[in-house]
Every structure is written in structure tokens, then in C-alpha cells.
Design a protein around this ligand. Structure first.
Ligand SMILES: [Zn+2]
Ligand SMILES: [Zn+2]
Length: 195
């Protein structure tokens, strides 16, 4: 169970309280119990969404973009994988769905200017997410991706099209695709025919 202090801290970090953040609080609480806190980089999170929930995970578990132990996959799924480097423990949490179905239907029937009604339903959603059994919300299953690499310090080289410095691992140099030039991701997407 999260303490009121932890909950307040998450809300202060995210700047509002919402159902998405509450899903993230449940994930963060579960991970703290199962994996511990990522004081340094020993716990790695892979989030398949960039919604509100990820802020709760960053705040509670200590997996952040800047530290390199938070990886974002743009899959649009309420799903998260966690890895612990020292013993290889891992798991993926994926939402079962349906928990808020009736409330969402009620919300859709409200008129656009019924802000009191909306607020009431939002609060009911938050309460339900906080109280539900964890496994009623999430399915706990094996991970589907390999553990992300630790090495993050790479040399930079210039892109042959825009001239900007790019981490070498993000440049593509291919005899056919880039005509043997070093190209950054936007240049090979946007200037394909010109090179
Ligand atoms: Zn939010
Ligand atoms: Zn470029």
C-alpha cells in the first residue's frame, strides 16, 4: 500500500490527479514490493505508453528517461515491463481492461458542460483503481522484449545531410538505403529521394 505521502508526491510531480496516474500508482506500488526501488539503474522499465501513468512510475520506482532506465515503446498499450539487472528478474504487466467500463459509459452520456458530473465520475474511477485487487487490473505475464542495454555513452558523428551531431548508433550508413552516407533519422525519412 502506498502511503499518503507517496500519493501526494506523485500528484505534486504530475500536477493533477487523474485515473491514468492512479493506474501508474498501482503499478509503482507493485513494482516497489516485487523489485524494489531503482536507486541507481538496476531496475529498468519499458513503458508501452507515454500517458499519465508513466509519471507515477518514474516518481515511485525511480526509472527515468534521463537515467536511461526508462524506455518508451510507442505501442499505445497500458502495459509495462520491468527488469532487475542483478538477478535478471523480469515481468510484464498488461491491463485486463473493463475495470472502468460502466463508469466510462456513464461519462459518455453526460453533457459536455456537466463538469460536476464529470468530476464525480473521475473521482469514482480513481477510487475504484485504488481499491481493486492488483490482478483484477493487470495481467502479470513474461516479458516480450530483451532487457535494454546499459551502455549509453556513444561517440557522436555528423549527419552527412543536415550536418548535426548524432549519436553514432542512431546514424544509418547503408550502400543502398543511404548511398553510403551517414544519415540521421529525420534526414533519411524526410529527404530520401534527394540523397
Ligand atoms: Zn494525468
Ligand atoms: Zn541529418
Amino acid at each position: 500500500m502506498l502511503t499518503q505521502n507517496q500519493i501526494n508526491g506523485v500528484i505534486a510531480f504530475h500536477r493533477h490527479h487523474c485515473p491514468g496516474l492512479t493506474f501508474g500508482m498501482r503499478v509503482g506500488d507493485w513494482v516497489l514490493n516485487e523489485f524494489g526501488h531503482a536507486a541507481d539503474e538496476e531496475i529498468v522499465a519499458v513503458a508501452e505508453t507515454d500517458m499519465c501513468s508513466v509519471d507515477a512510475i518514474q516518481y515511485l520506482v525511480g526509472c527515468t528517461f534521463g537515467k536511461g532506465n526508462l524506455v518508451f515503446l510507442d505501442y499505445g498499450k497500458n502495459a509495462y515491463s520491468f527488469f532487475r539487472r542483478n538477478d535478471g528478474k523480469s515481468c510484464r504487466l498488461v491491463t485486463r481492461g473493463g475495470l472502468l467500463q460502466d463508469l466510462r459509459e456513464q461519462q459518455e452520456k453526460l453533457s459536455a458542460n456537466d463538469s460536476a458530473g464529470r468530476e464525480q465520475i473521475r473521482q469514482q474511477m480513481i477510487d475504484r483503481i485504488l481499491r481493486a485487487d492488483f490482478e483484477e487490473i493487470f495481467l502479470i505475464c513474461p516479458v516480450q522484449v530483451p532487457i535494454p542495454e546499459t551502455a549509453r555513452i556513444h561517440t557522436s558523428k555528423r549527419c552527412d545531410y543536415c550536418g548535426e551531431l548524432v549519436m553514432a548508433t542512431r546514424l544509418l550508413n547503408d550502400p543502398v538505403l543511404t548511398g553510403g552516407k551517414n544519415l540521421c533519422i529525420p534526414c533519411r525519412t524526410n529527404h530520401r529521394g534527394e540523397i
